[in-house]
Design a binder for this molecule. Structure first.
Ligand code: GLU
Length: 474
């Protein structure tokens, strides 16, 4: 059996870390099983649709590397993949349920429905007036154009809806507590529970992986699968993600929009890695995993039930670990677009030496400007006065002079050869350790401690390095 999954967001705004997690789990699970991953847009609740958010969803999915095999912009044999375009398919599915006695038209006005229901506990329960009408009466009212919804006829002969959730275990829900819910509204649009089941059947979905918030919808959906005499998919509800404050996820406490992470230069593979840890754990409890390792290790049996919590610091830590795994070439490519070239005009077109000097400090690609300030300080006045002070010290001056001579003799300006030259210069001046490196760093970056001196010299660039040393010696 081919695993077929779907991510079915509603276009109600930008995706944030909390809601793209379900996409990440679906994608990892599907790629693990060489399955088919579908992107379906559930846009039938037109009042909640937000212009432009569909495109945002596609962009965010692509940025995170969650490619889909069928769906918007890709197409496939089960389209259309935008729910609003599936009206005819939904109507046919509604007719099928009416024909088999699992659904019926209801003409009760909203107001009347409530009045009939009476009482408080069951205030919003449907009283069943139209369910009791004869099939002939209902058909003739429909034929005469009476406004109506279509309701599901919850079976009387089933006490409990039962299903097994892969994560939450066996679930049993009394059918008595389920109303004859609406499948299609008066304006012809289907409701969420109906659309989702009709489409999951049509798209041959084998595994429904989504947030636990939908667990309460599942009994209704299981009843619908049964009414259609369709195989019920495997359900796997992912545990709740709470905000960093331990409360319901909110923008302030971790529901960061995905595009914001993109523009702040978070590495997508690290974000995917972090998302995987929101509910799942690696068999060996490894926390830093590449995309390929995540795909290889993902399984639903290591997803827990317990609530998880957003943790912005942990996310940055995972990002840092991922940056450390990148080759210098890749890292330079990724960091490049974030560099503020106006502010750091002194930086070489090829920023790789500077990136190399700073890479262990970077948490994200976008973080580069914060650290480039160390190599190219904005406060030139302060930098100059530090250099002069160093130059005024006889010992430091001897070190700088000796190192300068060794640097001058170099043919190439690379971190390793630069380090050798610095040591040789130190030897000439009888200095090593702090006596050698502190004056050099002070002259180069205004601080005694910092990155490797060879990398600093390379990062600052030859012309600028000489200019700074000469300023100290002048
Ligand atoms: N459109 C629903 C949502 O955005 C999808 C739920 C589901 O996966 O069934 O929550």
């Amino acid at each position: 059996m081919t695993v077929r999954t779907r991510f079915a967001p509603s276009p109600t705004g930008r995706l944030h870390l909390g809601n793209i997690r379900a996409a990440a789990f679906n994608w990892l699970f599907t790629r693990h099983h060489d399955g088919v991953f579908i992107l379906r847009i559930e846009d039938t609740d037109t009042a909640r649709n937000v212009e432009g958010s569909e495109q945002g969803i596609l962009d965010d999915m692509r940025w995170l590397g969650l490619d889909w095999d069928e769906g918007l912009d890709v197409d496939g044999p089960h389209g259309p993949y935008r729910q609003s375009g599936r009206g005819d398919l939904h109507d046919a599915a509604v007719e099928k349920l009416i024909a088999t006695g699992h659904a019926y038209p209801c003409f009760c006005a909203e107001k009347k429905r409530d009045d009939e229901a009476g009482g408080d506990r069951v205030a919003r329960r449907y009283a069943g007036t139209c369910r009791r009408r004869s099939a002939e009466e209902r058909a003739s009212r429909v034929a005469s154009g009476a406004e109506h919804v279509i309701r599901f006829a919850v079976p009387d002969d089933v006490d409990q809806v039962e299903f097994v959730d892969e994560i939450f275990g066996p679930i049993s829900f009394p059918t008595n507590d389920i109303d004859d819910f609406v499948l299609r509204r008066t304006d012809g649009r289907v409701t969420y529970n109906f659309g989702v089941v009709a489409d999951d059947i049509d798209m041959e979905i084998t595994h429904v992986i989504r947030g636990v918030g939908h667990l309460s919808n599942t009994p209704k959906q299981v009843l619908l699968f049964q009414a259609f005499e369709a195989a019920t998919p495997v359900f796997a509800h992912l545990p709740t993600v709470l905000g960093s404050d331990g409360r319901k996820l909110s923008k302030r406490a971790g529901a960061t929009p995905v595009n914001e992470l993109e523009s702040r230069g978070y590495p997508p593979d690290a974000v995917l890695n972090y998302l995987s840890l929101l509910g799942w754990s690696h068999p060996e409890e490894k926390e830093v995993l590449t995309r390929a390792e995540l795909v290889a290790a993902m399984s639903l049996d290591r997803v827990g039930k317990s609530d998880t919590q957003m943790d912005a610091e942990k996310l940055l830590w995972v990002c840092q670990q991922h940056l450390a795994m990148e080759s210098l070439e890749d890292l330079t490519d990724h960091v490049g677009p974030f560099i503020d070239r106006d502010r750091f005009a002194g930086l070489d077109a090829d920023a790789s030496s500077a990136v190399d000097a700073l890479r262990t400090r970077l948490l994200t690609y976008g973080n580069i400007n914060e650290h480039l300030g160390m190599l190219f300080p904005e406060d030139e006045v302060a930098a100059v006065s530090i250099r002069r002070e160093v130059g005024a010290d006889a010992e430091a001056r001897a070190v700088l002079t000796a190192v300068r001579a060794r640097l001058e003799a170099l043919e190439s300006w690379q971190a390793e050869t630069l380090n050798d030259a610095v040591r040789a210069g130190g030897g000439d001046a009888g200095a090593r350790g702090a006596g050698l490196f502190h004056p050099l760093r002070l002259v180069l970056i205004g601080a005694e401690k910092g990155p490797d001196v060879g990398k600093l010299l390379a990062g600052v660039g030859k012309t600028e390095a000489f200019r700074r040393i000469d300023e100290a010696l002048s």
